[in-house]
Design a binder for this molecule. Structure first.
Ligand code: GTQ
Ligand code: FE2
Length: 367
């Protein structure tokens, strides 16, 4: 600042006393910390990271054998814990990601909470999630929504283990000091009719070809969650094939949308599916504000995240933190599921993305 403490020892002592006084009064001078706060570009604490199915899977199987699912224990969930977040159990600063598993004939108790959740099914059969009385059958590749405030419980009516990815906006809701949780009076809520009623009502309606749109949702914001609670892999797969056949390059992306409004599936969360074409062609490196968790559904490949290489295979999960440049490629071809916080950034007018085409060329999209 304007005072040069080396010029005048008493001024130096005054300045030191000022800083001590500020500290004691719990005031912090912005001029000492502005560089860490108003950074030129986002500086997420979460780091690029990959969790391998080969490591998670045996641990999940041990948990199925050793830890029962019951009131008190609640859910058998292994949270992706990003090493950049100082031990907080989050995949990224804004996103919860986890592997959940249920053994044969097990059930996880009914409850509701303000954070919203999505499930992307990896493996197994015979499980359904009941959402406000509507039991949604879960099969590999399906996306199931449990919007904030909706009662939900999971039941395995089959004889095998079941594994799925959970994504929640919990860290965002926590940052807003808005977490409420409530256990249902009954262990499982009663289903109020046949299974998959939201699917029967909404799966074949909505803007365009149902609910799977190419690219990302850019204009529609909806504070209401999607009334459609389940998106079937057979539809996702077919739509990806159509788009890829129409020639979309090394990466074909679609977003799951709310059939009522065309918005992202939840007010806080966007879900996407990505087909990485075989042949090892890299997609254009892209960076976005906001965090993304990817789940590898099929195939194998490589993503380069801010210069770091991650080789992945089916069942792996990885995080692309805000503003990290990412490109994907695959030899045999692969399908990825993506979860991101984009709707929140868009709603607040702070979303940015850019595609790095070559050494000099950059396509910027602000807002
Ligand atoms: O299945 O309801 O991964 O409430 C974290 C919190 C799953 C669930 C998680 C949850 C659930
Ligand atoms: Fe829950």
């Amino acid at each position: 600042m304007s005072v040069d403490p080396t010029a005048d020892p008493s001024a130096a002592a005054d300045l030191e006393a000022l800083y001590a006084g500020l500290d004691a009064a719990r005031l912090r001078p912005l001029w000492t910390i502005t560089d860490q706060l108003l950074t030129p570009t986002p500086r997420p604490k979460a780091v690029p990271w990959l969790w391998r199915a080969s490591e998670m899977r045996p641990l999940a199987e041990r948990a199925i054998r050793l830890v029962p699912v019951e009131r008190g224990g609640e859910r058998r969930v292994l949270s992706l814990t990003n090493p950049g977040l100082g031990g907080r159990p989050y995949a990224a600063g804004t996103l919860w990601g986890a592997l959940q598993c249920l053994g044969p004939r097990e059930s996880a108790p009914a409850h509701r909470h303000t954070p919203g959740a999505i499930r992307f099914v990896l493996e197994g059969e015979g499980v359904w999630t009941t959402v406000d009385g509507d039991s949604c059958d879960m099969r590999p590749g399906d996306l199931v929504l449990t919007p904030g405030g909706a009662w939900h419980d999971h039941t395995n009516g089959g004889d095998g283990n079941m594994f799925w990815f959970d994504g929640l906006d919990l860290p965002m809701v926590e940052a807003l000091d808005g977490v409420f949780f409530e256990a249902h009076p009954d262990f499982n809520q009663a289903a109020s009719g046949p299974h998959n009623r939201s699917e029967d009502e909404y799966a074949r309606t909505g803007p365009g070809m149902g609910t799977l749109v190419p690219g990302a949702v850019t204009d529609a914001l909806d504070p209401e969650p999607s009334p459609l609670l389940v998106y079937r892999w057979s539809d996702t797969d077919r739509r990806l094939s159509e788009l890829a056949a129409a020639g979309s390059g090394p990466l074909t992306t679609l977003e799951f949308t709310n059939p009522r409004s065309g918005a992202s599936v939840l007010p806080t969360l966007a879900c996407s599916a990505h087909r990485v074409a075989g042949g090892d062609l890299a997609s254009a490196p892209t960076r976005r504000s906001g965090n993304t968790v990817y789940v590898v559904y099929r195939g194998e490949g490589t993503s380069v995240i801010d210069g770091q290489r991650f080789d992945w295979t089916a069942g792996d999960m990885f995080v692309v933190p805000s503003w990290a440049a990412v490109e994907h490629r695959s030899g045999p071809g692969a399908d990825l599921f993506g979860l991101s916080d984009t709707p929140v950034l868009r709603a607040l007018g702070i979303y940015r993305e850019e595609t790095l085409l070559g050494p000099q060329e950059v396509t910027r999209v602000f807002g």
